[in-house]
Ligand binder design. Sequence first.
Ligand code: BG6
Length: 484
Amino acid sequence: MDNMTFVLFGATGDLAKRKIYPALYNLYREGRMPEKISVVGLGRREYTDSKLQSVIKEALESFSRREVEPSGLEEFLEKFRYCIFDATKPESYDKLHQFIKDRESELDIPDNRLFYLSVAPTLIKTITEGLHESGISSNAGWKRLMVEKPFGSDLVTARDLNKKLKEVFTEDEIFRIDHYLGKPMVQKLESLVHANPMLKALLDHDQISNVQITASETVGVGTRAAYYDQAGAIRDMVQNHLLQLVMMTALYNPDKMSTSEIEAEKRGIMESLKPITKENMEENVVRGQYAAGQIEGQAVPAYLEEAGVAEDSNNDTFFAARLEIDNENWRGIPFYIRTGKRMKKKSTRIVVEFKCDGDEEALKDDGIEPNLLIIEINPNESMTLKINIKNQSEEKFEPEYITFSNVSATQPEAYELLLHDAMQGNETFFAHWKEVELSWKWVQPLLDEFEKDGLPLYKYPAGSDGPEEAHHLLKEDGHQWWYV
Ligand code: BG6
């Protein structure tokens, strides 16, 4: 891997502490970092290098998946320097430029530069412009930009942001993070079919009844009301994570694909996703907001009672929808998606339900249930086949589950995989502009209608599986959510 400078905007922030420093540390421990790397942390606080290094050490002790070992720790921390920086001041960029160059010559490394923007969305354009105007991004070596979500807040703002970034960076140089694409199980989906012809036989269009994608959480809005009350589940989870999961699930790749083929395939899936319009929205979409309830025996308040939430907020904390991908592989097979805060259980999973053969009533009498392929992404990683086995004594069938589970402490975290890929310039598991644009395009009619309160907002008790209406969505088609 090339030697480089890693410039971290937002070095004193929460994401840096929880995810970025632990990810860098684990990469370092595994020898998956460049031989020489200069990490420049930026923030407005008046930190010194040693203050930043002690903050990093604490962050590792709290959040690293691997225990922090004294051996090598000093060498790791020594890679970090701190530069006081105000993104709105041009002189800050000149100072930063000199700072980066000095470290490059001190370490004798080429001017390859990776910029990571872990900052408020409002600063992304400002920083990109600053990098350009100061000449920091006019280096001779390679340059790359990693940006966190949200990428815009609707189709217009996303396009506008992208236009700005493209004035300074090419598409190949922009790494839009969707941490769901960094989850190990999501990354494995891409190769599952071509490595397992058995699955290719299983995942036959004529055999699949429906696909269900769930990302449920037990946490509430927490301390993020200022952002979340504007964003809602639709912007926070659906436009990015859930639609990326839809794309990754629907990727049909009997042969190994290159990054650009995956990108083209994903784009094709988004282009084939039938639009939800004002006219068909109510029959295909359920929007909800949590009321007070109990989670794991603890009483929790309603969304409207959470600190920072407007008392008459019509924001969604739950979203479910029926989707159809109108292409050869998936035409006629419903994709049900749902996500919500304060639900019964934390679970990110994909369930493929297979068709049953025979008369429905007779199957029921025999105890035969649909076969399922369950891919659990979070909190545990596993794959399960649900099959029917005859119970000899009762002459009835019972469900049995064949599970492959991959729970291991050595499992890398999403940010490790994503940082490593960006350092290597591998874009496979980042959100490409076309996907992002098509996702916003798909979501936009929903945003418009939500804005006008054009769709009912159903309440659901905290600790439940969401509003009843989300169950009706499937019942109407003769289906049910599996593993609620
Ligand atoms: C983030 C959202 O992108 O994803 C959060 O902003 C959400 O609201 C989180 O809680 C869920 O991620 P994970 O990895 O815990 O499923």
